[in-house]
Design a binder for this molecule. Sequence first.
Ligand code: PXG
Length: 306
Amino acid sequence: MDVGKILAPLRETPTLLAVICMSRKIYIAGQLVPQEDAKISVYDHGLLYGDGVFEGLRSYSRKVFRLAEHVERLFNSAKAIWLTIPMTQQEMCAAINQTVRANDIVDGYVRVVVTRGTGPLGLDPNKCSNPQVIIIADVISLYPPELYERGLEIVTVSVMRTHPAALNPRIKSLNYLNNILAKIEGLQAGCIEALMLNHKGEISECTGDNIFLVRKGVLYTPPIDAGILEGVTRQAVIELAEKAGIKVRQIPLTKHDVYIADEVFLTGTAAEVVPVVKVDSRAIGTGEPGPMTRDLEKRFHALTRE
Ligand code: PXG
């Protein structure tokens, strides 16, 4: 039975259709098509080599949070890998908004993918044509609410964050194996997030989140040159903290700094602001989410609802 065909007349009513068969409208090759019809070639180098870039964004009350910042980061990632995105940043913003509206997403998640395009087997990106721009707007599955109540336990893992001279973590590339290997190691230790060190043994970031710590009223986070993604949520939290009169220092940090912190929390588009109460089996501070974390969580939620 072809459910897609039977339900075709209902395509005009995206909410109803989404409820019935969860078919999304995907932006691909410049148009919105039903999920079942959104396809790319198996010769696309995005698939064959992870040759491409992506972004993960959130919409709150139908508005995409920090859209221009995410799109700018996407274009910067693309520039760093010599990938020309076949549209302007303004056109990309419009396409993202169009996809969110077409899927009637209120509070949801947007994934933008730009691949190198189709080419022969072999690494040479110059032999590829037609970079694919794909936009998916969907709902987001969040960490369980208890984790925000109680706080996360994380572990540092043996998998090192990529050396900036190998693949700069500032590039949000389609090759996420570095983070996936770290995530697996964390999961095997019973933790849903894993903390990665850089090539100097300093704290870098978690597999999909940036890290902050609080000590004696000062907020600390690793600098960009520690080899991290310039998180959009990280930047928003730094701005909120500074506005609230909190001193923020971006300096190299070690595991020791984390262990003796009064508070630790993570930031990311998916996680937002999430407290961490245990690192490598050591309780952080009182072992409960701390007051600055709670305050910044509140300020962040208010910001997303503005
Ligand atoms: N570090 C890494 C390695 C990330 O991948 C962040 C930090 C946080 O950055 P933002 O800009 O989100 O504050 C990320 C973000 C997904 C997904 O679908 C991944 C991210 C964000 C959203 C969705 O896996 N990573």
